[in-house]
Design a protein around this ligand. Structure first.
Ligand SMILES: [Cu+2]
Length: 530
């Protein structure tokens, strides 16, 4: 049984940051890294026994990792990296990780596959269950080339094993991948007048449950014969791998790189009402900052924000997670507290004092598509043994139906037939959010629905109940994950380019990033064709 979360006093331990609790990965050679996945244990709260979890070890032994999230690669835009991942994990899942052998290709064997989320890579390097459905076992090495032919941004790498992504990520296999370029140098001062150095801090937010013995707890299904659950929600919040931490800040401007690393929880973050000046998202920096007071982030979405503490010397400010606003819908129980910011009275290094009026990034503004594809999001037999989710009434293994021609622009329309928001993630590309259109879900289903839901390929426009709504101001730039809300169809636009030297065909996947949904069967392959 999980312990009472009330036993875990909030805001009594510092947030791990790069160089102090988060390891900045050391290369194994020129433009090379060699990671092993292995089990380590750390005390994630003073009132908990050490928690065993899985981590990416850069060869350092991870003495510098304080919490359950603790690795960051810093890469340069347009400098390719070769990275190897060697599994040093057990052959079978330990008892704190409840595998559902109906969903995995090799039963309760631990299989690894690392995916660079948001990376512009060749298919063999993608960490892609369409290419390597069996993944990698103990002693196996996955070797990948990351082109880094993309703008500066925060990517992340995490496990993506078929049918076990939710478990391997829950177990700890996620890390930051920070891309830099000549403008976004990460230092202070820099050419664009934004905070850097110790004033740029990643915030990776993940909810978890704990057992009394300190182990992470993952519930199993009440349905006989089923282990998989529809969504994993924690009752404890971790930031950078520590339970409810605090961060000492100076009364000046900071840059936070926020990642929703939860399995299934959509966050709606508020920092005591302070302004967030968002300067970028998954696909990198924008052309201008956008003011917002709430950050609504689904799993895998990122926000690059500036926050000015200069008028709050001496204050203690809480980051609070609210229910996401309609039409975003997520069945997570409330978990309001995230972390605390303790604003000091002294500035040791004066930084930028004004929000820049322009930035060296880009708004997403692609040309006209040559093709539009209609992809339905279905949930079948919930609470039954046969319960699964799917895209376009197809299973993952069914023949590929999405085949964009290399270099062309396509619109993909995600048509949500369910009651919840699904964060849809497309590998390879960064896309533009074109808009969301309300529609009559029941009428569309009555017209076209079958035993596995509504098939793909059917334009829902005749069932629209209003005009397309433009994207949110915080969706101004390129993204790799988009909220597909209930009652709407969501249109995204992408150009299906490949990295230099990579020729079509190349096969990738797109899927819901509620990783429980992805594992049970809300994922499809697509092929970029010549
Ligand atoms: Cu989903």
């Amino acid at each position: 049984m999980p312990p009472a979360r009330s036993g875990l006093t909030k805001y009594i331990q510092p947030l791990p940051v790069p160089g102090a609790g988060i390891v900045v990965a050391t290369p194994s050679g020129i433009n090379q890294y060699a990671f092993t996945q292995r089990e380590i244990a750390r005390q994630l709260h003073p009132n908990l026994p050490p928690t065993p979890f899985w981590a990416y070890d850069d060869g350092s032994g991870l003495g510098g990792q304080a919490g359950s999230f603790g690795m960051a690669v810093v890469a340069q835009s347009n400098t390719a990296l070769n990275i190897s991942y060697t599994s040093n994990l057990p052959e079978f899942y330990p008892n704190w990780i409840p595998v559902d052998t109906r969903l995995t290709p090799l039963g309760d064997q631990v299989r690894m596959m690392t995916h660079l989320h948001g990376g512009f890579v060749n298919a063999d390097s993608d960490g892609n269950p369409a290419i390597t459905p069996l993944g990698f076992g103990p002693g196996d090495t996955q070797s990948v080339d990351y082109s880094n032919e993309q703008p500066a941004t925060l990517l992340w790498f995490h496990d993506h094993a078929l049918g076990a992504t939710r478990l391997n990520v829950f177990a700890g296999l996620a890390a930051a991948y920070l891309l830099r370029d000549q403008y976004d140098t990460g230092t202070e001062p820099n050419p664009i007048g934004i905070p850097g150095g110790a004033y740029e801090i990643p915030l990776v937010i993940q909810d978890r449950q704990f057992s009394r013995d300190g182990k992470f707890f993952y519930p199993t299904s009440d349905i006989e014969g089923v282990t998989w659950i529809g969504e994993y929600f924690g009752d404890v919040m971790l930031v950078n791998g520590k339970v409810w931490p605090y961060l000492n800040v100076e009364p000046r401007m900071y840059r936070f790189r926020i990642l929703n690393g939860c399995n299934a929880r959509i966050l709606n973050l508020d920092l005591s009402g302070l302004d967030f000046w968002q300067i970028g998202a998954e696909g990198g920096m924008w052309d201008i900052p956008v003011l917002t007071r709430r950050l609504v982030l689904a799993p895998a979405e990122r926000a690059d924000v500036l926050v000015d503490f200069s008028r709050f010397a001496g204050a203690r400010l809480a980051m609070i997670n609210h229910r996401p606003p309609s039409p975003v819908s997520n069945p997570a129980p409330q978990l309001p507290q995230v972390m605390q910011f303790r604003v000091g009275r002294t500035v040791t290094q004066p930084g930028p004092t004004v929000i820049p009026s322009s930035l060296p990034g880009r708004a997403a503004n692609l040309g006209s598509p040559v093709n539009t594809r209609y992809i339905t999001l279905n949930e079948i037999d919930p609470e039954e043994v046969e319960w699964f989710l799917n895209l376009s009434a197809l299973h993952f293994e069914d023949p590929i139906t999405e085949t964009p021609t290399v270099g062309t622009i396509e619109d993909w329309v995600y048509i949500n037939m369910t009651g919840d928001t699904h964060p849809m993630h497309v590998h390879l590309v960064q896309f533009q959010v074109v808009g969301r259109t309300p529609f009559d879900v029941e009428a569309y289903e009555a017209a076209y629905g079958g035993p596995n839901g509504v098939p793909g390929g059917i334009d829902p426009t005749p069932f629209a109940t209003g005009p397309m709504q433009p994207p949110d101001p915080t969706e101004r730039g390129f993204k790799d994950t988009v909220k597909a809300n209930p009652g709407q169809f969501t249109t995204i636009r992408a150009q299906y380019d490949l990295p230099t030297g990579v020729s079509a065909p190349q096969t990738y996947v797109h899927h819901c990033h509620i990783v429980e949904h992805e594992d049970n069967d809300m994922m499809r392959a697509f092929t970029v064709v010549p």
